[in-house]
Design a protein around this ligand. Structure first.
Ligand code: ATP
Ligand code: MG
Length: 395
């Protein structure tokens, strides 16, 4: 049987003259996830739809649907049967292809989309003919146009007619690579992977930076972050993860600066180092998982002094979200289970008992004078280890 996948995208359609660039990026990203272990597919586009067709026996349609569900920019994915544009062939195919789904249902309706206006029968008439045919063949079924158990879909477009009943939702948004590149500060927590995912969904290519403080944080904690980054790759493609040794800087801050300023000076260091790595790698913004008021370092004033450490724009997509909403997304994108593994993070190793919630920038700047900041930053950037994570790799 001639079965294939139809992929629909949303926002890209509004892109006017640039639409082609977005479509081509999306197709490239789709091809990247349809790797060897999914089998061979041909990907092509026509009239705001992308066709993913099996090339040979190796093609696993169910697996391909699963992979495509994570590709940013896709709104829906349908597994369909293709037939010639002939009403009697279409109605036979509906009965054959949707046999099981129709047997499970009591009520149905038919919806037709006629993208090919040369087809002589108008959409409502196609629906009526096919509905009548279904009723004549499967006598347990009734039509219900308001709340049917199953909606039989028929599309007449491009090379053929397509029959299906199910649409699975995609991630939506824009294809990664269509809106530039940004550097995600990736901790081992729940928030930052979600923040990265939300920005990737707007078409942004991600790189990630992680700070670790060996031996205060363990090898396991580092591996957990590598795993988190790899869990993001099905959505955003290859990720370069920069792992920055942070122990010396943390010890210096601990030694030279007042207790209550530790967290914020540390955060300012993180921002400065991330900015350097971002610029070196052609990224134009930073991303963090901060959410207003969640902890002492996330008050308005604290965010202000953290921001003042850098010139690049800082995206904080979680800023207005509650923990519960963030957790919901973390579960949806499959990072939650890894994030809650109980390994220490470099932020939690040196936490002051009474952190400053209303910091003054001048005071922090005065304290920072006691540390050889530039040298330490350059050294950390120099000693950074970079790992490249490809979609489909397991960790
Ligand atoms: P998360 O759940 O993402 O760890 P959090 O609620 O624990 O966030 P903080 O620990 O204050 O909050 O960190 C705020 C943000 O700073 C994180 O979301 C992340 O973007 C960045 N960050 C914190 N620790 C690290 C780290 N070790 N490496 C890289 N980025 C970090
Ligand atoms: Mg954290």
């Amino acid at each position: 049987m001639n079965e294939l996948i139809l992929v629909k995208y949303g926002e890209i359609i509004l892109k006017g003259l640039n639409r082609r660039l977005f479509e081509d990026q999306l197709i490239r990203n789709m091809k990247n996830v349809l790797t060897e272990n999914v089998g061979r597919f041909k990907v092509s586009k026509s009239q705001a739809t992308i066709y993913v067709e099996p090339v040979d026996e190796s093609a696993d349609i169910a697996k391909a649907v699963q992979k495509l569900q994570k590709v940013c920019g896709i709104v829906s994915i349908s597994r369909v049967a293709q037939v010639e544009k002939d009403i009697s062939v279409i109605q036979e195919k509906v009965i054959e292809y949707l046999k099981d789904a129709l047997a499970r249902s009591y009520t149905f309706k038919v919806e037709t989309k006629r993208a090919d206006k040369t087809f002589p029968i108008k959409s409502p008439d196609v629906s009526r003919v096919i509905g009548g045919y279904i009723l004549s063949k499967l006598t347990h079924l009734k039509v219900d146009v308001h709340h049917p158990d199953i909606v039989v879909k028929v599309e007449i477009r491009g090379p053929g007619a397509y029959v299906y009943f199910e649409k699975v939702s995609g991630v939506g948004g824009l294809p990664v690579g269509s809106s530039g590149k940004a550097t995600l500060l990736l901790s081992g927590g729940i928030d930052s992977p979600v923040a990265g995912w939300m920005i990737a969904k707007r078409g942004v290519k991600l790189e990630a930076v992680h700070f670790y403080s060996y031996p205060y944080t363990s090898e396991r904690a580092k591996n957990k972050v590598i795993k988190l980054a790899s869990l993001l790759t099905p959505y955003c493609g290859t990720i370069k993860l920069h792992i920055v040794p942070f122990t010396d800087i943390q010890l210096a801050i601990h030694e030279k600066c007042p207790q209550e300023q530790l967290t914020l000076i540390m955060r300012r260091f993180m921002m400065k180092i991330s900015e350097k790595i971002a610029i070196k790698n052609g990224a134009d913004a930073l991303i963090t998982g901060e959410s207003l008021g969640q902890v002492a370092s996330q008050t308005i004033q604290s965010l202000g002094v953290t921001n003042a450490a850098v010139d690049l724009p800082v995206f904080r997509p979680l800023i207005g979200m509650d923990k519960e909403e963030i957790v919901k997304i973390a579960k949806k994108i499959d990072t939650f289970e890894t994030s809650i593994l109980p390994y220490e993070d470099c932020c939690t190793v040196f936490v002051p008992k009474h952190p400053n919630t209303k910091p003054k920038l001048e005071k922090l700047l005065a304290s920072e004078k006691h540390i050889a900041m530039h040298e330490m930053i350059d050294k950390a950037v120099e000693d950074t280890e970079t790992i490249i994570l490809e979609p489909g790799e397991e960790f």
